[in-house]
Structures are given as structure tokens and as C-alpha cells.
Design a binder for this molecule. Sequence first.
Ligand code: ATP
Ligand code: MG
Length: 334
Amino acid sequence: MKRILTGLKPTGDLTLGNYLGAIKQMVNMQDEYDSILFVADLHALTIYQDPIELNERIRKFIAMYIACGIDPEKNTIYIQSENEFIPAMSYLLECTTTYGEASRMIQFKEKSKQNANFSVGLLTYPVLMAADILYCDCDYVPVGIDQKQHVELARNIAERFNNRYGETFTLPEPLLSETGTKIYDLKNPTKKMSKSEENPTGVISMFDDLETIASKIKGATTDSLNQVHFDPENQPGISNLLNIASSIANVPIAELEENFKGKGYGEFKKYVSEVVVNHISEIQKRYEEIINSDMLEKVLNKGIERSRELAKEKYELMKIKMGTTRKDLKKQDN
Ligand code: ATP
Ligand code: MG
């Protein structure tokens, strides 16, 4: 059985973009793949997080994953920081990564520009992400397009390690969904919807109350062309709404365009709003049941046990391959 893995960092409440770009893909694939899903709390720390808020979000993420349809029986679900082998592996991989490679990452370039006192962690986080991916030999990493470059870096690091020290890692591939790959901010539809965005008016949080979601969609930026047409270049706002509705309702974009031919943006937005509100409302109902149950403890205990087992084995193999072991490698048949 092929293996998939993905993680989301608790830097803010999960958004519709996270759901459509990453979580929904995992849900769609969980029957056919050995599926691993984690909360990337170590990644969140690259930018200062209020400890109490971060702590609360970690549990909210796990409950929200399950509410979104992630089946705990079919997935290994865990909190990244509970697996101490992953940062240890990350250091070994840092020594296999060039500074040039790490500093060329687009997210590093963008986020380091926003704050002159950026942390070293911001530079090395894609290597930690490589460790997240490589420890379990996963085949595919379902991500939004913004993370494609990081998965490719993981693949390059793995390839270099294998060439230098001998076969150690499976080479992973990013997996992008057809729609949902990139959901844009409703107010600023040329910018990705992000959970760490400070202005919430263009970001739909999975925790927003239903009226707020409806009013955010109503206030979404559109254009003056007055045609419901998919054209990201000239109509980024309308194209984004088409993408969202199509992903959630599982209706092809062309069919939506046809249904709204000759109709105004008001009517179209009302439809998008209904689709999104109904869907998120169901998810929120399940979330309330899960967060108030004792299920999370059990799910996390089971998940971390499996994750640690896999990571320990890979970490020890890496150390032997690199020569950092008490064993006398000349006497062994490695
Ligand atoms: P941050 O602003 O802190 O970077 P984020 O919303 O970008 O938060 P991440 O934790 O960085 O979320 O990413 C988690 C997953 O969600 C990744 O697979 C990423 O590709 C996907 N993702 C994030 N934003 C979007 C989006 N707007 N559309 C589609 N997928 C997205
Ligand atoms: Mg991000």
C-alpha cells in the first residue's frame, strides 16, 4: 500500500484554503493509502506564537481534522513535537542541505522580508519538513501549490543522501488536487488565503460563525465585467469563488458557468454562500461533538506510537549510514 503524509501548522485557525488544499485531499485518499496526518506545531514556532493560544490550537486542529472527515481508524494522527526523532533527523539532513538551497525557498524569501529579525528556524524549516516527509518513506505528499517547492527540496535532499550514503529514503512526490490547489483571499484575490493573515475579512476560517462566512462571501472582491466566467487573470475574484464552489459541491466549473450565464454576481454569491455555509455547518456540528469527547487522547496516543516507531528506525539507519554510531562499521555488514 502506498503511503501519503501531510501536516498543517497551527499558526492560526484552519481556513477553507487549508481544508480544500490539503485536508480534503487526504479524506479522498484515505481508503486507498496508508495515510499519515500531523499537526506541525514545531513549524509554527518559526514565527512567535502566544503559548496559550498555540496550545489550544493544537487540540482544535486534531478535532477539526476528524470533523472534516479524516477517519482515525484509517489515519495515523499525531502532534509533530511528540516525536523527538524528527528534529534529530532534521539536523542530520541539514548537513546534507546547502545554504543556497535553503535560502532560495520562496516562503523563506517572502517571510524573512516581512520581519528583519526572522529566526534561524525560518531558514531551516523546510529541512525539518523534509524530515517530516522522509522518516516514513511516504510516496506522496498532498499539499497546496505553495508547498510544492518544499516537497521538491525534500526529494532533492533525499536523493543526495541516497547518492552519498547509499539507499536510505523513498523519493516523495507532491500531490496537487485539480481544484482547491490554491484558494485566494476573498478581499485580495491575487493573494493566497492564509491562516496567519492579520486582516480576517478575506479569510474564511473553519471556525467562523455561519453569518460571518455569508457576509465575507457577500463582501468578496469581484470585477465590473459582470459575467460568471473562469478567468483567473482578468477575473481573479469570480474565478476564486468558482473554484471554491466547484470543490465543495463537486460540480465542474464549466457547469457552474453554464448555470449562471446571464445572471448577476449577487445571485452567484448567494449560491456560493449557501454551498459553503451548509458544508462548514455540518463540519462544525461534528467538531463540537469531537472536541468535547475523550476520543482525542486515544487517537493521539495510537498515532504517536506508530510515528515514533517508524522514525526511530529511520533515524538509527541514517546514523549508521553516516558513521555516527558506537558500532564498528568495518566489522559489520551494512
Ligand atoms: P501560514 O499563513 O501560517 O503559512 P497557511 O494557511 O499557509 O498558514 P500551512 O500550515 O502553511 O497553512 O499549510 C498547510 C497546508 O494547507 C499546505 O498543504 C498548504 O499547501 C495548504 N494551503 C495553505 N493555504 C492554502 C490555500 N490558500 N489554498 C490551498 N491550499 C492551501
Ligand atoms: Mg503556509
